[in-house]
Design a protein around this ligand. Structure first.
Ligand SMILES: NC(=O)c1ccc[n+]([C@@H]2O[C@H](COP(=O)([O-])OP(=O)(O)OC[C@H]3O[C@@H](n4cnc5c(N)ncnc54)[C@H](OP(=O)(O)O)[C@@H]3O)[C@@H](O)[C@H]2O)c1
Length: 293
């Protein structure tokens, strides 16, 4: 694990496990929190492809590493190797927290937990449109349980949306799937639009929508996180919508990790402050361009 050569009295090692994660904000965020709390814990990076996963697992099993935050492309693997995934991870079939607990490997999905908390802060939502059918979209569908009357799902590859919806209807009975080409029309009656695709990342810039629906109660939640604002977030700000950006999601899923680390949610402010310091900016957490939150 990169950064392993830390102080000798480190009692707990955590790491972000993923590929192409050198610029992740998680190590500075968590190391700042641990230092502020006076905990002898350290958060490193394990930047590996699939060939490095056996070693990653060995580190958990022999206690060198206490737990991993897991990111792309290993979230499905983390769920697969877990012996005790919690119910959100079971529904999403991906996990972003994997830790050793005795002989067990526990797993959780703090993307879903964090999204639920973020959605609660948005106020009442009636109709949601979710774009995507990968791990992030699955986490959003898990989070939407009992938080909306109707959900519409659209994904570039329709069959993946159909498969995800077939599972998710067990907790979201009012879930329908539309073709990717119909997303603009489906957005018209949504008061929440969630982008859980990678559309909008630097490699694939652009907004998934030609235009946003003209409604006062519109909430736009873009999970894509990168340098600066995404085209969808810019479009939503110009529109006067209430916006949660990828940094707000990153923050929410990090705060949701606290209980899994055995730390109280009272420390949320510390997580937020250290993340904002690492990101050199604060998140858009249901911010509106007219200044209202
Ligand atoms: N802010 C955060 O903390 C955070 C946390 C989790 C995820 N995310 C972001 O959420 C996004 C999705 O993550 P994931 O884990 O779900 O990835 P994933 O499992 O690989 O799924 C990718 C999704 O994006 C769609 N997609 C990719 N390129 C597209 C394009 N050009 N046009 C339309 N759709 C496109 C895919 O559609 P197909 O099925 O057709 O391929 C699929 O639905 C990523 O950008 C990720 O960085 C952010």
């Amino acid at each position: 694990v990169e950064g392993e050569e830390g102080p000798l009295n480190v009692e707990r090692e955590l790491a972000l496990l993923g590929s192409g994660i050198a610029h992740s904000l998680s190590p500075p965020t968590w190391n700042g929190v641990f230092e502020e709390l006076g905990l002898p814990w350290r958060y490193g990076l394990l930047d590996v492809g699939p060939e490095g996963l056996d070693e990653a697992l060995a580190r958990l099993r022999d206690g060198r590493t206490w737990g991993y935050n897991v990111t792309m492309p290993h979230k499905a693997w983390a769920f697969g190797v877990a012996t005790r995934p919690d119910h959100r991870a079971q529904r999403a079939r991906v996990a972003n927290w994997l830790a050793a607990e005795g002989d067990e490997l526990v797993a959780a999905n703090t993307d879903a937990e964090g999204a639920a908390a973020l959605l609660d802060a948005a106020g009442p939502i009636r109709r949601a449109l979710v774009l995507g059918a990968g791990g992030a979209a699955a986490a959003i569908l898990v989070a939407l349980e009992a938080r909306t009357f109707r959900v519409t799902l659209a994904n570039r590859t329709r069959s993946r949306a159909d498969e995800l919806a077939a599972r998710a209807r067990s907790w979201l009975p009012e879930l329908r799937v539309v073709d990717w080409e119909s997303r603009d029309g489906a957005a018209a009656d949504a008061d929440l639009i969630v982008n859980a695709t990678s559309f909008g990342m630097a490699s694939d810039p652009g907004s998934p929508f030609d235009a946003l629906p003209d409604r006062d109660d519109l909430h736009v939640y873009d999970l894509v996180y990168g340098h600066g604002t995404t085209p969808l977030v810019e479009q939503a700000i110009e529109h006067g919508a209430s916006v949660a950006d990828g940094l707000a999601h990153l923050e929410a899923q990090a705060v949701a990790l606290l209980p899994h680390l055995g730390l109280p949610l009272d420390h949320a402010g510390k997580v937020r402050a250290h993340l904002a310091r690492a990101a050199h900016r604060g998140p858009l957490r249901w911010a509106r361009s007219n200044g209202a939150a």
